[in-house]
Design a protein around this ligand. Structure first.
Ligand code: E4P
Length: 218
């Protein structure tokens, strides 16, 4: 399973890269706004910077919501760097744009997916990634992880090649459960990845090893 970082924050991207577990990055308009990145030129420069740091796919989301504009913006984003993946929302014009762009060799991440039906449409349209939003489903008291399980089952039965990118990850447990349920990729905040390091018995065990070693030197 690949680890993507769900952020536009350069320091966090470098930290995950230096940890040696980073396979890619996803951004969205909210994450870009959070970093204060505004204006066409700054947005382009920011994507260029991320793409140089990351040896893997970097999702850049279109703002347009109509077919022609989505295609135009998708083509613009795709030529920023070889590792850009264009992120398109799961709406009717989006499905048309996914078909057109993927037919023209541009990798697509279909975002804002909340049902198995939407995931089937993503795969049919030729998206490279489908992004089901686990945390936001849990927020409304439905079962986000069940959706990952259902999509994995359907894609396996049908032989769809679209990769399942578990998104809206809120915790380390979400990462573990996404792995168990068949996600190909998780995109997560840095804290959720670092949280996987933690176990009290690791800390206690290390403390004892170091104390025993120190005592033996006396
Ligand atoms: C997916 O690519 C989205 O950027 C992201 O995972 C959304 O997560 P959120 O629900 O925490 O905003």
């Amino acid at each position: 399973m690949k680890f993507f970082l769900d952020t536009a924050n350069i320091d966090q991207i470098k930290e995950a890269r230096d940890l040696g577990v980073l396979d890619g990055v996803t951004t969205n308009p909210s994450l870009m706004a959070k970093e204060g990145i505004t204006g066409k030129d700054n947005i382009r420069k920011h994507y260029e910077e991320i793409c140089k740091i990351v040896d893997g796919d970097v999702s850049a989301e279109v703002i347009a919501t109509e077919y022609e504009e989505m295609v135009e913006e998708g083509e613009y984003l795709a030529e920023i760097a070889d590792n850009i993946v264009v992120k398109i929302p799961m709406i009717k014009d989006g499905v048309k744009a996914i078909r057109h762009l993927s037919d023209n060799g541009i990798k697509i991440n279909c975002t804002l997916v909340f049902s198995a039906g939407q995931a089937i449409l993503c795969a049919k349209a030729g998206a490279s990634y489908v992004s089901p939003f686990i945390g936001r489903i849990d927020d409304i008291n439905w079962n986000g992880m069940q959706l990952i399980h259902d999509i994995a089952e359907i894609y396996a039965v049908q032989g769809f090649e679209t990769e399942i990118l578990a998104a809206s990850i809120r915790s380390s447990l979400h990462i573990v459960e996404s792995a168990r349920n068949g996600a190909d990729v998780v995109t997560c905040p840095l804290d959720a990845i670092l949280g996987m390091l933690k176990h009290p018995l690791t800390d206690i065990g290390l403390e004892k090893f170091l104390a025993d070693h120190k005592n033996a030197q006396k």
